[in-house]
Design a protein around this ligand. Structure first.
Ligand code: MG
Length: 203
């Protein structure tokens, strides 16, 4: 399986990082080794001094497809969760400055913790799904799919023009504003609506 991540999908977050609002989805990938095994802590990597959290809605692809039309895209996912797109912001800034790819900042081991998946039918309207991140019991990020620039269906239609989607692939759909640095001993709790879908510590 592969992990596809959308960047700059919320206006307020694009602004906080001084990025322009994109006209098309921006995407990059993480390998399956980026998943954090269940019940494991996230070990702060020694190659970065500024690892940021980005809480994101994550959809799971449930059948193979390419060149998927936007109007049929809803048939290609039926479960949703929340994950963290951990980003080594110092390495990313250096890559951006030099015009280099971002992989070392985004695709490193355990950089994609993902919570338990919930049937998307739990939500009446997929264009209004609330989610959030608490660190040490304080809200740090609260988002809603209603604020996404590109919808789940638009993302699937766009990405599948370039990359075949397979059952089991995950799509991180972008982070709202409020990203910030993770610290050792932080306690992360990820929520999808009122349900806690993931809980882990930073070591
Ligand atoms: Mg992200």
């Amino acid at each position: 399986m592969k992990i596809i991540c959308i960047g700059r999908n919320y206006v307020a977050h694009a602004k906080e990082l001084n990025n322009p609002i994109p006209e098309k989805p921006v995407f990059f990938m993480k390998p399956d080794t980026a998943l954090l095994p269940p019940h494991n802590p996230f070990f702060y990597p020694d190659f970065s001094k500024d690892v940021h959290y980005e809480a994101e809605l994550v959809i799971k692809i449930n059948k193979n497809g390419k060149h998927i039309a936007e109007k049929f895209a809803h048939k290609y996912y039926d479960e949703i969760s929340v994950g963290i797109d951990f980003t080594a912001r110092d390495l990313q800034a250096d890559c951006k400055k030099k015009g280099l790819p971002w992989e070392i900042a985004k695709a490193f081991d355990f950089s994609a913790p993902v919570g338990n998946f919930i049937p998307i039918t739990t939500f009446e309207n997929t264009s209004s799904i609330p989610f959030g991140l608490k660190i040490n019991s304080d809200w740090r990020q609260q988002g809603n799919s209603s604020n996404m620039i590109f919808s789940f269906d638009r993302i699937i239609a766009y990405v599948s023009q370039f990359v075949t989607l397979r059952s089991g692939d995950l799509i991180f759909t972008g982070t709202p504003e409020g990203v910030g640095p993770a610290q050792r001993e932080d306690h992360f709790e990820l929520f999808l609506a009122d349900e806690k879908v993931l809980d882990f510590k930073v070591k």
